[in-house]
Design a protein around this ligand. Structure first.
Ligand code: PHE
Length: 463
């Protein structure tokens, strides 16, 4: 009954923008630029692009094809492909359920900063502003709920009038904003208290020129692992999303082209994020200023915007609007992966499924927010980082469950149902699949082996 009533993206542009909206997220903005600056600039960029065209292309093609072929949600698609492999679907549905609450908590932080930049931008520069905010009792919870309500509202409106329509509005605006800020970053120049002048263009050189100094074999492997881990997270695979979105793609849509476009968009935004962040941070803080994650976005960048003077407030507002859009299109996709699963498995109507998922997320998100005050603890994770509730949820989902799902998917497609199952779907209607042979080798051997290394690394057993 599901397949004939199933919603559809109206065309390939709607699908590509929604999928790219999912792929473009916080990772593109707060991790990619940092890794590029740390890992030899252009060397990292080239490695990343090669991986996107091989490793990333394989995983993305596989999931979108599984979604379209089965016309099922992540929870139910794997079982439809092969009876004994339905368990992957359970994991693939649990992952977005775990990620959505903490992703939305961070979404709340972004909205809070957007509001702060609109009222009193300099306040955000004060020492301890960020820690003060996230450890507060109510404020993070309220902003989390606002972000969750926005996500819920869009998913409630459905695939066409919600997800597709909002992606078509938010993604072009995001692109314009990020290009504008990146252009501005390149024009910066600043003389510090010691009389040293640094410019955005020098920062650009650090970002794009390959730096081979001190690159040994061991160092290259660690760059490769960084690029692979980043790509794996960035393209939104192994969390059910691309299966859910794939299940809404019409049979006429060319999947080969769509996968290329999604990857192009995702990589372009990551590259532009670097163009925006690396030169700006370098100009005002030097090479040591680059950081990743929340400390980049909520501590270092506000200082950079402040140092720009009056215009910094406007740049900061543009920046946080852009980041909010990036986060929102990602959280929408996370919620949709779970909602579609509830709809297909429990035969719930969309509205009931959306409200149930929102309620579960609200409870879990509350725990995440309280993780910084009443539920505070410090736990050392197997990969060496120390964290609170949010980091533990991030670790379990991203570092452990996601590689397991992706490896199992490769084994299922490569060896059990055979690559032809995906190839047949991709070439439906006579579409030419240029990288077909590469796909077969990648899905059977190389991709699962690379993912196994990633999993070992996450468990603290490799590198
Ligand atoms: N691909 C997103 C990013 O780069 C990650 C993500 C997507 C996380 C969707 C959650 C949900 O940030």
């Amino acid at each position: 009954m599901e397949s004939n009533k199933r919603s559809n993206f109206s065309g390939s542009i709607g699908f590509v923008l929604a999928a790219a909206g999912s792929a473009v997220g916080l990772g593109n903005i707060w991790r990619f630029p940092y890794l590029a600056a740390k890992d030899g600039g252009g060397l990292f960029l080239v490695t990343y692009v090669i991986l996107a065209l091989t490793f990333g292309f394989t995983l993305l093609t596989t999931e979108i094809a599984i979604g379209r072929k089965t016309a099922q949600s992540p929870l139910t698609a794997y079982g439809k492909l092969h009876k004994s492999w339905g368990w992957i679907g359970v994991l693939a549905c649990l992952i977005p359920m775990i990620i959505l609450p903490y992703y939305s908590a961070i979404g709340g932080w972004i909205l809070k900063y957007l509001a702060a930049f609109c009222t009193d931008a300099t306040a955000t520069v004060a020492d301890g502003y960020f820690t003060g905010f996230i450890t507060a009792q109510w404020s993070p919870i309220i902003w989390f709920l606002v972000f969750l309500a926005a996500t819920t509202g869009v998913v409630y409106m459905g695939v066409n009038s919600g997800i597709e329509r909002m992606s078509k509005i938010m993604m072009p605006i995001l692109l314009v904003l990020i290009m504008g800020i990146a252009g501005f970053s390149l024009t910066l120049s600043h003389t510090d208290a010691n009389g040293v002048t640094r410019t955005g263009l020098e920062g650009l050189a650090i970002y794009v020129i390959p730096n081979l100094e001190g690159v040994t074999f061991g160092k290259f492997i660690s760059i490769l692992m960084d690029a692979m881990g980043q790509l794996f997270y960035s393209i939104s695979v192994a969390m059910g999303i691309m299966i859910a979105y794939g299940s809404y793609v019409k049979k006429e849509t060319n999947l080969v082209k769509s996968v290329n476009q999604i990857e192009f968009f995702d990589t372009l935004v990551a590259f532009l994020a670097g163009l925006m962040i690396v030169p700006a941070v370098y100009t005002f803080m030097g090479t040591e200023g680059m950081a990743a994650g929340p400390s980049l976005m909520f501590v270092s960048l506000p200082k950079v915007f402040d140092a720009m003077g009056g215009i910094g407030t406007i740049v900061g507002i543009a920046f946080f609007v852009m980041v909010a859009f990036a986060a929102l299109t990602s959280s929408i996709s996370l919620m949709e992966a779970v909602v579609s699963s509830f709809m297909d498995k429990l035969h719930l109507p969309r509205k009931a499924a959306v409200l149930s998922v929102a309620a579960i997320t609200a409870v879990l998100g509350l725990v995440v927010c309280l993780g910084y005050n009443v539920l505070y603890f410090e736990l050392t994770l197997p990969n060496g980082s120390v964290g609170q509730v949010l980091d533990v949820m991030d670790y379990v989902s991203n570092f452990v469950m996601m590689p397991v799902v992706a490896i199992a998917t490769c084994i299922l497609v490569g060896w059990v149902v055979k690559p032809q199952a995906v190839i047949g779907e991709v070439t439906h209607g006579g579409i030419h699949f240029g990288r077909e042979k590469l796909y077969v080798v990648m899905v059977k051997f190389i991709t699962p082996a690379m993912l196994a290394l990633l999993l070992l690394q996450s468990l603290g057993l490799f590198l």
